[in-house]
Design a protein around this ligand. Structure first.
Ligand SMILES: Cc1cc2nc3c(=O)[nH]c(=O)nc-3n(C[C@H](O)[C@H](O)[C@H](O)COP(=O)(O)O)c2cc1C
Length: 309
């Protein structure tokens, strides 16, 4: 018997719990000839701002021993171009949940983007980017300060006509504090983690390898920290959590589900293998079948921390 791969998430049903992460899957349409969009749970768009953004100066991406560092700086086409040029092409894939990652420099910018998106059809949810480490204002400046996070989430929730997922920064001392803060401000769900602030130095030139100096580390190197943070977040809130950070195999996805995630996102893995999201979604189904798991949802939060006898 085929396992039931559907999961319920903040009022949305995902066909399966494997989604593509923001910034690693374009606006979805760019991947339609590479990945069967109907075979993945959904995807999160690149962070969308009110006006188009050019992003940071190059070099802004490097490979590291077990992942990559990026300081793209939220380059994106802006909300109007997204609605006019990208979203309509996605209506062919009704089973693939489209989640729009929303970015702003000030609270008002986030609200303007959400209000504009509210008018469009074909969007499942919003992911509030309170965690990008690569801009001087906005993003992580909200996600690392409970007072700023509370204000952003509470005001965004008031205007959002769709479920609001708050994407948390891992660059904090206490994930439970930030997770509870987002929940009490009205978040419908959480996603974590975004990238870790990092620095790589070229010792010959004695200069940073990335023009922005610091950049966000992602990929397999961060996975065990991300799993720990997802576990901590899922235990401290009642709302569902999406787990991500370094997932490259179906087994990695299982780890996040056991830690308490209801769904997962795949990011950096798509750079090495553009079909990674679909491969992991299929592999997760095969894993469930091999392990006689009838419903993938039965795995969620079933980590056994009891002492071995
Ligand atoms: C090139 C690149 C661009 C990204 N852009 C965004 C973004 O626009 N918004 C966002 O919330 N996260 C962004 N992220 C973070 C990823 O969505 C994800 O949280 C992070 O990379 C950890 O997952 P991974 O290890 O599977 O990549 C970006 C990551 C990369 C590598």
């Amino acid at each position: 018997m085929k396992p039931d791969m559907r999961v319920q998430f903040a009022g949305i049903e995902f066909e399966n719990p494997v989604l593509a992460a923001s910034g690693t899957f374009g606006y979805g349409v760019e991947f339609e000839d590479i990945v069967s969009l109907e075979k993945i749970g959904g995807f999160v768009t690149k962070g969308i701002s009110r006006e188009p953004m050019a992003g940071n100066q190059a070099p802004r991406i490097i490979e590291t021993a077990a992942g990559m560092m990026n300081a793209i700086g939220l380059q994106n086409i802006g909300v109007e171009a997204f609605l006019g040029k990208k979203l309509p092409a996605l209506r062919k894939y009704p089973k693939c949940a489209v989640i729009v990652n929303v970015f702003g420099t000030h609270v008002r910018d986030y609200l303007d983007v959400i209000q504009r998106l509210n008018e469009a059809e074909g969007i499942a949810a919003y992911e509030l980017n309170a965690s990008c480490p690569n801009t001087d204002h906005g993003g992580m400046t909200f996600g690392t300060d409970p007072i700023a996070l509370d204000e952003l989430v509470a005001r965004a929730k008031k205007v959002a006509a769709r479920p609001l997922i708050v994407k948390l920064s891992p660059n904090v001392t206490s994930i439970p504090t930030m997770a509870k803060c987002a929940e009490s401000a009205g978040a419908d769900a959480l996603s974590l983690v975004n990238t870790f602030v990092a620095l790589s130095i070229d010792v010959e030139t004695r200069r940073p390898r990335i023009a922005n100096v610091t950049a966000g580390l992602s990929g397999p190197a961060i996975k065990p920290i991300a799993v720990r943070m997802v576990w901590e977040a899922a235990r401290s809130v009642g709302i569902p959590v999406i787990g991500l950070g370094g997932i490259t195999t179906p087994e990695d996805a299982v780890e996040f589900l056991l830690a308490g995630a209801t769904a997962v996102q795949v990011g950096t893995a798509s750079f090495a293998d553009p079909r990674a999201v679909e491969r992991i979604a299929k592999g997760l189904e095969a894993w469930c079948q091999r392990h006689h798991v009838d419903r993938v949802a039965d795995l969620i939060g079933t980590l056994d921390c009891s002492k071995p006898e």
